[in-house]
Design a protein around this ligand. Structure first.
Ligand code: KIV
Length: 310
């Protein structure tokens, strides 16, 4: 194994580079796959160093980073910008870029070109597209261009308006049938794994059993081959009540709020910056400066006296 295929974790331990093959082998070995979103250098570095298998630069960045109400407004250029930052922070995890709304919906050729941009210009190792049967041809074409694809079915946030809201999918028999068709179509088209979002756990379990590629669940229960969550959700950074499936592992909002308030109080009280947090002149410069100031002082005092006498 070459050194460039190894990534060094926080503890100094080295883990092998995760590839799409690693992810597929994990399903065969019944090893659970972990995935988190990240959108910048610092967080992607932390997520990678914590040993997560895949980092998804999700279009959820539209909401959690850019403050939009849904994922629809984020552009290819914005996604490229954040994917580049994530790429710089990651050594081992597989980096997947989410293709935003409008980047592949109209024209397959444009979809392929955008997928290529994520690899060529931002260093992504795979792209994700939402949709099943209707995206099968696009998935094939992207794969023909040598770019691995992660599928995404169930509650697909880019279909928000068509779905009539963020609704759990596959709750009735025809919904289940459609999801099965979508999963099979993606498998046949060649995705290396697929996200199952917002589907009943029984349905996610059936799909996971049926398809040979790994399923990565979000709001899809515990029987998927892996799980993905949004980084900001697990750390209370969304300013919204969490969805049913979110588990919070920390309160970064409280941590940040506390740190910022302490900084403000320290600046206002004059306790920040302290002497040891300040730069100092070298000794020789200090004595030369003191000598100059001492010579100037009597002259200044005389000037002041004259001014008072006038
Ligand atoms: O954009 C995103 O974060 C996603 C995942 C949650 C699957 O699509």
């Amino acid at each position: 194994m070459s050194l460039t295929s190894l990534g060094e974790g926080r503890s100094g331990s080295v883990r092998p580079k995760i590839t799409t093959l690693t992810i597929q082998e994990k399903k065969q070995r019944h090893e659970i796959i972990t995935c988190l979103t990240a959108y910048d250098y610092a967080t992607s570095r932390l997520v990678d160093e914590a040993g997560i298998d895949m980092i998804l630069v999700g279009d959820s960045l539209a909401q959690v980073v850019l403050g939009y109400e849904n994922t629809l407004p984020v552009t290819v250029e914005e996604m490229l910008h954040h994917t580049r930052a994530v790429r710089r922070g990651v050594k081992s995890a597989l980096v997947i870029a989410d293709m935003p709304f409008g980047a592949y919906h109209d024209d397959t050729k444009e979809g392929v070109q955008n997928a290529l941009r994520f690899v060529k210009e931002a260093g992504a190792e795979a792209v994700k597209v939402e949709g099943g049967v209707k995206r099968a041809e696009l998935v094939r074409r992207i794969l023909d261009s040598e770019v691995p694809v992660m599928g995404h079915i169930g509650l697909t946030p880019q279909s928000l308006h068509k779905m009539g809201g963020f609704k759990v999918q596959g709750k009735d028999l025809s919904g289940i049938e459609q999801l099965m068709k979508d999963a099979m179509a993606l498998e046949r088209a060649g995705v290396f794994c697929m996200v199952l979002e917002g589907v009943p756990r029984e349905v996610a379990a059936m799909i996971t059993h049926e398809v040979s590629v790994p399923t990565i669940g979000i709001g899809a229960g515990p029987d998927c081959d892996g799980q993905v969550l949004v980084f900001h959700d697990i750390l209370n950074l969304t300013f919204l009540p969490p969805a049913k499936f979110v588990r919070r592992y920390g309160d970064a909002a409280a941590l940040i709020n506390n740190a910022v308030q302490q900084f403000k109080a320290d600046v206002q009280s004059g306790s920040y910056p302290a002497d040891e947090e300040s730069y100092h002149l070298p000794k020789e410069t200090r004595s030369a400066l003191d000598a100059i100031l001492a010579r100037k002082q009597p002259a200044r005092a005389r000037e002041k006296q004259l001014a008072v006498g006038r």
